[in-house]
Design a protein around this ligand. Structure first.
Ligand code: MG
Length: 249
């Protein structure tokens, strides 16, 4: 009986809302693409992914750069000047993109832009990065297409304060419960597979608070099925086409 009730709850939560695919660092695991490239954003859009995620750092002279690691080819982005980075190329030959270029490209696409602000070592610089990111999104007319995610607690508070009220902001770090985040005005949790396996009850907790659940980085069939069965709202993956197959009715 318990199992049946559980199954019905799972089915009800799945039926309640669509489950969406987010490409992790864009759709990069495909010919001609690269992580966090313009191409990876275009590819994510071309397969109809609901969203495409990318990572943002700010250089010492205030240029917002799209890259996952804190360094690119041995240069620490946070302490570098843009002129040290501007001629560098990604694995697919594209120049290292700026946030401005990424957003410019995103304007003509449909996929949602999931902007991850990286936690900067220099807190003052991180605060400026949050201000610049939100300002640029506004200038580009993309406020209703962007969601923010970050591992930085203070960065999350900044983004929530700076962005328009209905802009979703999610926390990545994994230690706060949905109700703690709800008090801070966040849209939901965006936690790793490992954290969610330890706290599956957070899915129902978030949903009962009207919040969403995003899980990363979900690459195996096993993990994808776990997320689908538990009613996870947004599944962030390096294998978006496989996930789309599994989500097909
Ligand atoms: Mg990221």
């Amino acid at each position: 009986m318990k199992r049946l009730i559980f199954l019905l709850l799972v089915l009800a939560s799945v039926a309640a809302s669509a489950q969406e695919v987010i490409c992790h660092r864009g759709y990069w695991d495909i010919e001609g693409s690269a992580q966090n490239s313009i191409r990876s954003l275009v590819k994510a859009d071309s397969i109809g992914a609901w969203g495409s995620e990318f990572d943002v750092w700010m250089t010492a002279d205030g240029v917002l750069v799209v890259n996952h690691d804190e360094t690119f080819e041995g240069v620490t982005i946070e302490t570098a000047k843009w002129k040290q980075l501007k001629d560098m190329r990604l694995k697919n030959g594209e120049p290292l993109p700026t946030l401005e270029q990424m957003l410019e490209c995103g304007k003509s696409l449909k996929t949602r832009l999931i902007v991850e602000m990286k936690p900067h070592t220099n807190r003052g610089q991180e605060k400026k990065a949050a201000e610049k990111i939100v300002k640029m999104v506004k200038k580009m007319g993309l406020e209703d297409r962007v969601e923010y995610i970050t591992f930085s607690y203070k960065g999350m508070i900044d983004l929530k304060k700076l962005a328009p009220e209905d802009t979703p902001v999610y926390y990545l770090n994994g230690e706060l419960s949905p109700s703690q985040l709800e008090e801070l005005g966040m849209a939901g949790i965006d936690y790793s597979m490992e954290v969610m396996r330890d706290h599956p009850q957070w899915i129902d907790e978030a949903h009962s608070l009207g919040m969403k659940v995003n899980v990363w980085t979900v690459n195996s069939d096993h993990d994808m099925e776990w997320c689908i069965n538990y009613g996870v709202d947004f599944i962030t993956t390096n294998a978006p086409e496989r996930l789309q197959q599994l989500l097909e009715p």
